[in-house]
Design a protein around this ligand. Sequence first.
Ligand SMILES: [Zn+2]
Length: 100
Amino acid sequence: MKKLSLEDKWMRKVAALYPVAKGSLREVRRNCSRPGCATCASGKMHTAWLMTFYLDGRQCSKHVPKTMVKTLKKALENGRKLEEAMLLSGLAMLDESKKK
Ligand SMILES: [Zn+2]
């Protein structure tokens, strides 16, 4: 059997890292603007999820629907794995170049 090249190994690894995203997810509590809201009146406030990220050097945030929280957490975890994989890929390329 043919030995896998570094590129083949990379393609396999990356294919398994979907969904993928980069940023951070946080839960925020806030008051809504509805007059007479019972939740706000009780002091409990409303919870919402935000993803914050950098785009062209600027910090941005985007609302995350509750139904997407689980998927996004997985995507962010895959994003961290992808960054680690890139680092290891560079090291492996350098190591392999020494063998030739
Ligand atoms: Zn409210």
